[in-house]
Design a protein around this ligand. Structure first.
Ligand SMILES: [Zn+2]
Length: 423
């Protein structure tokens, strides 16, 4: 498998180079917009788009051959993404342009990139920190994006491709619940409480509130100063969150490697796109909207690929309401889960219970695929991240609703036993 890492480096162009960059970005976005208008919207193949408008683009916008090819490819790619979301590509802004190996290269000896602009190649210095230098050392990246960020500066986003190990197939699965109180809880009882991050957040929000008052009331210079501090604070809070998410995801992956296990997480991908399936619970809504949960998930997915740990996405329905011991529906109040089945009456940490359910569903999906038996619904492969699919692992009887769709009983009857399917 291949993993692509994108390194963002600030460019240090001369005045003249900056002007040329600006021209390239304008010409490139104009070319994209032109292709987007001229080629019928249902066409998404970059080759077809290229065959139709390449010559006109070259003649009209003065782009080099490969920049013109990349513009056609970008229109195709954006259309494909938009199509998946049932949308249409509207317009391209002059904020980025794609580069391939023929028009972009990186030179380590003086930390420059060479880019084809409007009038041939230019060597432009890049700002690199230790992290970027470490990643770029000895590499020959073959694609990049030239970008203008909101801060008005120019950046180069360099793609670095790495071969990654084949993920280990294992029926040992660690479930991870992104908790309501805690940030994350695993079925192995590892736990990252939200206290620290909440404390930091509270502190920031107190400072923010007082600064906001100053930013609206004080003298002109106090107002400006307050706005500057506010901006810096939001960066600090974001970096702290990022650091924490890196740590959590790293230790979950290390735990999986040590135990030769796969990792199962709730599948919340595309919740916002799915039109007929709005997030049902408040928790689900918050999780799907919160960038920090999204970030933690994506770090986990990224590190999973990097270290050969399989990440399995399981359907999130009922994972927090079901008792992991007996599969009855239980009661949940805040951090506590209580099983209502008298014969079981397990009680304990609600997020741990959910994590164990997630692990069980994950293990079920894996064992079906290992044994070559397809999951109850599906085509033989377990649901990987980005390919949501029902598991039917925690299940009750289904009924057909008026629109012909299968639907679970909304209120489970008392005493209903939920069954995990096993071979
Ligand atoms: Zn129970």
């Amino acid at each position: 498998m291949e993993q692509v890492l994108t390194l963002v480096c600030k460019l240090n162009p001369s005045q003249k180079q900056a002007e040329e960059i600006e021209l390239v970005l304008k010409a490139w976005s104009n070319a994209c917009n032109y292709a987007n208008e001229k080629v019928k919207p249902q066409i998404t193949s970059k080759m077809t788009i290229q065959n139709l408008v390449y010559n006109e683009i070259r003649a009209l916008f003065g782009l080099s051959a490969n920049l013109a090819v990349r513009a056609c490819a970008r229109v195709g790619a954006n259309r494909k993404t938009a199509k998946q979301k049932d949308k249409q590509v509207l317009t391209f802004k002059p904020t980025s342009a794609d580069y391939d190996a023929r028009i972009f290269s990186f030179r380590e000896k003086d930390w420059t990139v060479s880019l084809t602009l409007m009038n041939g190649r230019e060597h432009i210095k890049i700002d690199t920190g230790n992290y970027q230098r470490g990643k770029l050392k000895g590499r020959k990246p073959t694609s990049a994006q030239l970008c203008k960020h909101r801060d008005g500066n120019y950046y180069i986003h360099i793609q670095i491709k790495d071969k990654t190990p084949e993920p280990i197939k294992s029926s040992n699965v660690i479930g991870v619940d992104f908790g309501s109180r805690d940030i994350a809880v695993t079925s192995n009882s590892a736990q990252w409480d939200g206290k620290q991050i909440n404390d930091v957040r509270d502190k920031f929000s107190r400072v923010r509130a007082s600064l906001q008052k100053k930013a609206t009331k004080g003298t002109r210079s106090t107002r400006r100063r307050a706005r500057q501090i506010l901006k810096r604070l939001s960066g600090k809070e974001r970096r702290y969150q990022q650091w924490l998410n890196h740590n959590i995801s790293k230790s979950i992956i290390q735990d999986a490697l040590k135990n030769n296990a796969a990792v199962a997480i709730e599948d919340l991908t595309g919740i916002r796109e799915r039109t007929n399936q709005k997030p049902t619970s408040k928790t689900e809504r918050r999780r799907s909207n919160s960038w920090s949960f999204y970030q933690l998930r994506s770090f986990l997915e990224y590190k999973g690929i990097q270290f050969g740990v399989e990440i399995i996405a399981v359907p999130p329905a009922w994972t927090s309401q079901t008792c992991h011991q007996c599969l009855h529906i239980g009661l949940r109040s805040h951090k506590l889960f209580k099983c209502t089945n008298e014969a079981c009456s397990w009680s304990g940490d609600a997020d741990l219970n959910a994590a164990k359910n997630i692990a069980a569903i994950g293990a079920n999906l894996v064992s079906h695929s290992v044994a070559g038996v397809p999951p109850v619904e599906g085509s033989g492969e377990p649901a990987r991240v980005n390919s949501p699919r029902g598991s039917n692992c925690l299940c009750c009887e289904l009924s057909v609703n008026s629109s012909g769709l299968l639907k679970a009983h909304t209120v489970p009857e008392a005493g209903t036993v939920w069954v995990v399917y096993k071979e």
